[in-house]
Design a protein around this ligand. Structure first.
Ligand code: NAD
Length: 336
């Protein structure tokens, strides 16, 4: 059986990545849409054969509870709205996939997790790289200590953005509770640092900077941080809408594991101490959604549960705290 998915928030990512990917999935299919933009409805209905009864807006969305065609609601709105819509979907008895980063605060994430638990549905995050072969190769090597333990990690996700009008406006504003590139791009670095370290950080030091002060009036353009792990080992990170760079590098006992570029929808390159990696291109979004649907169908634990999303938000909030305070932020105990 294929699980029915409703996409909620028909912006860039839903339109150009998720809906096309849902034409390739084996365990899920696009059966519904939820949108605040009625003008988008006819095109979507026609293109993906979505019946009238499976089209919702943000006012009547809760009626989705009675719709047997829809098993999963995939929330693809701006990050600051993931919590509200994920909680409403859970209350309607639907499984939830929330895009990354999960939500502005740890408390928001906790409310999402609790809503899913209370309504007996699953909550997963759209962390597509957990189905990407180059990243998977690195994760496997770090889990098995194939090249020994790690000594240092460096993760950078930076891309110079120049268009901040229209839909992109929410990305550099404070209104929705997020912090620019640190959330949008930095969450990939935090993910990479943690799946490389296979451990939780003890503390973080951080700073932020802004070159284009006329554009970045509400959130910093660039964040840099250093996570410290047991034994004093460090993982450097950088996320920026002003600079450029796309890598995850891990120094191990036996040499470097290097992925660059690493975070995109394709085009990954990489090497281990054994030499270059060479994997075929995959549709990450299709594999991710299939993996998430299969976890639901089989009643198995997700690779990318809400708890992982919350863990990453904890790290991001720690980075913000450390940068603001100008001194290390101590994480204390991690729950996940
Ligand atoms: P976008 O701005 O193109 O789309 C957001 C959609 O939400 C729009 O259709 C917009 O109309 C709708 N929306 C609903 N309420 C809104 C409000 N109050 N303000 C503004 N828009 C509102 O953004 P996007 O690039 O599609 O990103 C959406 C989410 O997906 C974000 O959380 C983003 O981080 C995530 N994303 C993930 C990936 C990935 O690789 N996993 C890639 C891109 C985006």
């Amino acid at each position: 059986r294929k699980l029915g998915i409703a996409l909620l928030g028909l912006g860039d990512y839903a339109t150009h990545q998720l809906a096309p990917a849902l034409q390739e999935t084996k365990h899920a299919r696009l059966t519904g849409i939820v949108t605040g933009s009625p003008e988008k409805v006819p095109t979507w209905q026609e293109k993906y054969a979505i019946p009238d009864g499976n089209v919702y807006n943000y006012d009547n969305f809760d009626e989705i509870a009675d719709n047997k065609d829809i098993d999963i609601v995939y929330v693809v709105t701006p990050t600051g709205l993931h919590d509200e819509f994920s909680i409403r979907a859970a209350k309607a008895g639907k499984h939830v996939i929330s895009e990354k980063p999960m939500a502005p605060t740890v408390e928001d994430c906790t409310r999402m997790i609790e809503a899913a638990e209370k309504n007996d549905v699953t909550l997963q995050i759209g962390y597509r790289l957990h189905w990407e072969p180059y990243n998977l190769r690195l994760i496997e090597a770090m889990k098995t200590k194939e090249f020994g333990d790690w000594k240092s990690i460096s993760a950078t996700n930076a891309s110079r953005m120049t268009n901040f009008t229209g839909l992109n406006k929410w990305r550099i504003g404070k209104e929705l509770g997020i912090q620019g590139a640190l959330y949008d791009l930095g969450v990939y670095c935090v993910q990479g640092q943690l799946y490389s370290a296979q451990a939780r950080p003890l503390r973080v030091t951080a700073n932020h900077s802004t070159e284009r002060k006329d554009i970045f009036t509400e959130v910093p353009e660039t964040y840099e941080w250093e996570l410290e792990f047991e034994g004093g080992r460090k993982a450097a990170g950088m996320a920026s809408y002003g600079k450029s760079g796309n890598w995850l590098k891990v120094e191990t006992d036996q040499g470097m594991i290097e992925l660059s570029p690493v975070y995109g929808y394709g085009g990954q390159k990489g090497s281990t101490p054994e030499g270059p990696m060479d994997f075929p291109h995959v549709n990450q979004q299709a594999l991710q959604i299939d993996g998430q649907a299969l976890a639901i169908l089989k009643g198995e634990a997700s690779k990318v549960p809400g708890e992982m999303g919350r863990r990453d938000i904890r790290v991001i909030r720690g980075i913000m705290e450390a940068a603001d305070a100008g001194k290390p932020y101590e994480f204390g105990k991690f729950l996940y």
